[in-house]
Design a protein around this ligand. Structure first.
Ligand code: GSH
Length: 222
């Protein structure tokens, strides 16, 4: 019997890159195992390096193949386990989907630094030194404009119609917008999109597991 793919992840409470890969595998219906490694401990890098050349998660081990980097994991799952269904069938739409995935993977540094993913935080805005600054607002505006354009031109329910890699990449952003009560009032389709993805049963499972994790990381309590 072939071993199941193994997805090495960090804390469900905090690890947004892990969530991207996990939701990709889960929504594709892949039968996989999880190997959680608690982050923010002295021994974390050594434990992660046993699986990942970069000592970061997520990392997918599928047979003799190890894929690190969330975006590459999604591309691999799409090819090997989802018959290409996680990207649009039409070439130009596929290119656009890859562009917005790459934009997330390489960008939005201000948003990621200021509003960390935290499944256990009570929803509400940040204040004081963590209040939304100009650079973070620029990231938020770009994401909401992009979502709104994709959802209104494509018709939804997801960013490219059917569920795609782009939804996997942006799910941790949708959770942040909810956690930090980001104002989405000028973007009605995006508001509905956030509600839709956060209501996915798979996401609810991740969120509940994250909330149940005892480990705290005070820098992410904002
Ligand atoms: N570019 C990587 C980023 C991975 C990353 O930074 N992962 C964080 C968790 S979200 C990590 O492994 N941190 C290790 C640690 O905190 O020790 C990807 O897309 O997979």
């Amino acid at each position: 019997m072939t071993a199941k793919p193994l997805l090495v992840i960090g804390n469900k409470k905090y690890s947004s890159w892990s969530l991207r890969a996990w939701i990709g595998l889960t929504m594709a219906g892949v039968d996989f195992e999880e190997k959680p490694i608690a982050m923010y401990r002295p021994e974390t890098p050594a434990e992660m390096r046993r699986y990942s050349p970069t000592a970061l998660v997520p990392t997918l081990v599928d047979g003799d193949l190890t894929v690190h980097e969330s975006l590459a994991i999604l591309e691999y799952v799409n090819e090997a386990h989802a018959a290409g269904s996680m990207l649009p069938a039409q070439r130009k739409r596929r290119a656009l989907a890859r562009a917005v995935c790459a934009e997330m993977h390489s960008g939005f540094a201000a948003l990621r630094a200021r509003l960390p993913m935290n499944m256990a935080r009570a929803p509400g805005p940040t204040s004081g030194e963590w209040a939304i600054d100009a650079a973070t607002q620029e990231d938020i505006t770009r994401i909401l404009s992009m979502w709104e354009g994709l959802l209104t031109t494509g018709g939804g329910p997801y960013l490219f119609g059917e569920w795609s890699m782009a939804d996997c990449m942006y799910l941790p952003v949708a959770t942040r917008f909810c956690t930090y009560a980001v104002d989405t009032s000028g973007y009605p389709a995006s508001g509905r999109y956030i509600e839709r993805v956060l209501a996915l049963p798979a996401f609810a499972r991740w969120q509940a597991a994250g909330r149940a994790e005892p480990q705290e990381h005070p820098p992410y309590d904002r």
